[in-house]
Design a protein around this ligand. Structure first.
Ligand code: ZN
Length: 153
């Protein structure tokens, strides 16, 4: 069980996400619940450690896939919310619900990008490990952390 604080930036140094002012991130090491590149970077670290991990897109949220960009007619959208570039919409696909970002609106054509917003982005993590402990058998069986910051109690 790992509990950590992190700050995530892109390669331009722009802030993407941070646990600052929030609860620390808790996760179970080795069950695949974490971005692979970050999990590898945490290997062998100890409580109290401060370090940086740089994760390439392939070990993060994947490379961008041009096949996941679609142009659809505006009329296919329901709801009265004004569509704007950068807006995220939920879509029903054959693989289930997915989130797409509107990247272009031209006349009746709306360009939807179903890539993860962080796909193709090199992830720069600043990590501070707060706590490490062995997972309980129950946590291992469930594949997630119990107790403070974890799932059900
Ligand atoms: Zn559980």
């Amino acid at each position: 069980m790992v509990s950590l604080n992190y700050t995530l930036k892109n390669s331009e140094g722009e802030l993407i996400d941070s646990t600052e002012g929030k609860e620390p991130l808790v996760y179970l090491h080795g069950v695949g619940g974490m971005i692979p590149g970050l999990e590898t970077g945490l290997e062998g670290q100890e409580a109290g450690a401060n370090f940086k991990v740089i994760v390439s897109p392939n070990d993060g949220f994947g490379a961008r896939n041009e096949d996941l960009i679609h142009i659809v007619p505006k009329s296919g959208f329901q709801g009265d919310e004004e569509m704007q570039i950068g807006m995220q919409v939920q879509l029903q696909t054959e693989q289930g619900m997915t989130i797409a970002t509107i990247t272009e609106i031209e006349g009746e054509d709306v360009t939807l990008d179903m890539n993860h917003p962080l796909s193709g982005v090199e992830l720069h993590f600043d990590v501070n490990i707060l706590e490490l402990r062995s997972a309980t058998d129950e946590e291992i069986a469930h594949g997630h952390v119990h107790g403070p910051g974890g799932h059900h109690h």
